[in-house]
Design a protein around this ligand. Structure first.
Ligand code: NAD
Length: 294
């Protein structure tokens, strides 16, 4: 593994300026993380409110670091200045890597990827933060698919150390190496994985959610299951985790996994999570899921 890491280090381009497309939950987090670790980042959205939400979130996170004495106020100002909000592709000719974090819709992602490729240098790397869409499939929108790979962060970006770097069929070693290096520069732990439904983490996680759902269907108390899994050593149990992830995201992820692994995941059992999803009770984002939030 160590020799592989050294090989990546040699092939990586230095990321001096990054860009993120989409200033939502993930895009805002990615911009914050990049800026606070010293890599300036352009943050593009198509909605003014989207950009404002991304900036508000970054300034809230930086403010809490200052309040906890983990950052000086002038460092906070430097980090905030390193996030450059924009509604246009004006400065994209200077970026070394673009992380695409727009809505999880294959058509929208194809259009956005083709568009951004026309505004960046020929050697710039483009990476997608998709959770469920095949990287090889997304690459079909590009003229230079070798410069493209996956860069899958977890929510909340500033807290979750792991980043999956996903190798599509045409991803070059330079694309993988540069994305690995950028993840490290952001203080994250990258793991390079192949392109398959669920990549690595969700391929493990969704069968676990399925096991949990069946237990609840059999009459188990979800709060007890959560407590037991916490005692087992996980930071949170499955019900709470589903509330954090969002019951809608969980629902969509399960469908993708069922399609990808029909032998393991396709058994159609109606669960408590399905009922909540249908009722719009989506977890923390709507104030109610398995638990109720203020
Ligand atoms: P979100 O809905 O919070 O944000 C998406 C943003 O993209 C919005 O602000 C929207 O205005 C913007 N957008 C839409 N079209 C655009 C365009 N053409 N150009 C620029 N911006 C555009 O979504 P999110 O939860 O941040 O998810 C973004 C991506 O990250 C998705 O692919 C999702 O699967 C992935 N992801 C999400 C999570 C999660 O827990 N939310 C975790 C890992 C990965």
């Amino acid at each position: 593994l160590k020799s592989k890491a050294k090989q990546y280090d040699k092939q990586a381009a230095d990321v001096k300026l990054a860009a993120v497309l989409g200033a939502g939950i993930m895009g805002g987090g990615i911009a914050f993380q990049s800026a606070s670790k010293g890599t300036p980042i352009l943050m593009k959205d198509i909605r003014e409110e989207g950009i404002q939400m991304g900036l508000d979130e970054a300034s809230k996170l930086l403010g809490s670091r200052v309040a906890k004495g983990r950052m000086k106020p002038d460092q906070m100002a430097t980090a905030l200045n390193a996030i450059r909000p924009t509604m246009s592709y004006g400065d994209f000719g200077n970026v070394d890597i673009v992380v695409e974090a727009v809505v999880e819709n294959p058509k929208v992602k194809h259009a956005v990827l083709a568009e951004v490729e026309g505004h960046v240098r020929e050697d710039a790397i483009i990476a997608s933060n998709t959770s469920t869409i095949s990287i090889t499939y997304l690459a079909q929108a590009l003229k230079r698919p070798e410069n493209f790979c996956g860069m899958h962060f977890f929510n909340p970006v500033h807290m979750m150390p792991l980043v999956e770097v996903i190798r599509g069929e045409k991803s070059s070693e330079k694309a993988i190496a540069t994305t690995v290096a950028y993840a490290k520069k952001m203080g994250k732990t990258p793991v390079v994985v192949n392109d398959c439904p669920g990549f690595l983490v969700n391929r493990v996680l969704f069968p676990y959610f399925g096991g949990f759902a069946r237990l609840v269907n059999m009459g188990a108390d979800f709060q007890r299951v959560d407590k037991v899994m916490e005692k087992f050593g996980w930071p949170m149990g499955p019900a709470y985790l589903l509330d954090v992830v969002g019951l809608d995201t969980g629902h969509h992820g399960r469908d993708v996994m069922a399609e990808g692994y029909p032998d393991r995941m396709a058994e159609k059992v109606r669960t408590a999570a399905d009922v909540m999803y249908e009722e719009g009770r989506l977890g923390q984002k709507t104030g109610k899921g398995f638990y109720a939030y203020e």
